[in-house]
Ligand binder design. Sequence first.
Ligand code: AQP
Length: 345
Amino acid sequence: MAQPTNRVFSGVQPTGNLHLGNYLGAIRKFVAMQESHECIYCVVDLHAITADLVQDNLKQQTREIAAAFIASGIDPKAHIMFNQSQVREHAELAWLFNCVARMGWLQRMTQFKEKAGKNAQNASVGLFTYPNLMAADILLYRATHVPVGDDQKQHLELTRDIAAKFNHEFAKRIKETGHGGDGYFPITEPIIEGPATRVMSLRDGSKKMSKSEPSDMSRINLTDDADEIAKKIRKAKTDPDPLPDNLDDLKGRPEAENLVGIYAALNEVTPDAVISEFAGQQFGAFKPALADLAVEKLAPINAEMRKLMDDKAHIDSILDDGAARAREIAQQTMKEVRSIFGFLG
Ligand code: AQP
């Protein structure tokens, strides 16, 4: 199969509490890339069991991400949208990549260190090899571009290392089997840009906004209603100073910088423009403006998600249809990968 030149793959874990960071850092970019690329978007449910093995409501959480994708503007007919566990080839390629990736590469992954914390000996092997499964997700479709938040940068580098090592180790076989000239897997480009590549917690400007943070006040969930959004922004941690008249003076004020970044991203303007508009104003004036903007942008998504979530059968049929189309590509890739490895059969 010819190597695609403009194929996008990305995913979101169905671990509950889908938040503004996921939306601005990832989902909104997924929507924009549909114009110019062939896109494959995945609810990565196999990843969801790496940190907490037993998920209370995996089916519902999976539907919630799918609903958020559609409500945000992903077109599941023109592109492919599915949940990972329905396409078994993700797990198969991840195993092969367990044999391609080196221990030292994975031992450097900062996200494992953060998520495993002090008790790394008790973390699942799946949490440790998570980046290999992520590489498999992307390379199964030989995706050329991956829109992600800043926290996934290191995992994307590992994906590139795996592709390069595979291409190098099997260079002769790839040519012999007629599956590529300069390599079989692309060296995928991460798309990490814009003002909201790392949205920070509303309670602590040094921590990223996260699904797994116990305090719900730290994040704006896509399922929050207008009152909840306004309350969380009103109570967001800030400092006592007014907003400065230039971006340099925001340095060292992480909470203020974060709120300005969120405003800029939601309004699709630069942080500079936000500073010009609100220079000299106190948070007492800025926060209500931010709350109004957040409600204006998020309320339609929230309403559409609720409508979609009321019809589970419809969401399930969209995911099944996407999985069938994803499987066709995945099966072809695995046929070629098996022949490159030289497996019998
Ligand atoms: N705070 C964030 N700002 C910008 N982008 C973010 N992403 C996550 N948090 C932020 C991006 O959202 C996409 C999906 O993320 P994920 O489901 O793979 O989860 P994650 O990266 O581990 O982060 P979460 O959602 O906060 O979950 P936990 O609490 O488990 O760490 C990715 O593109 C990610 O970069």
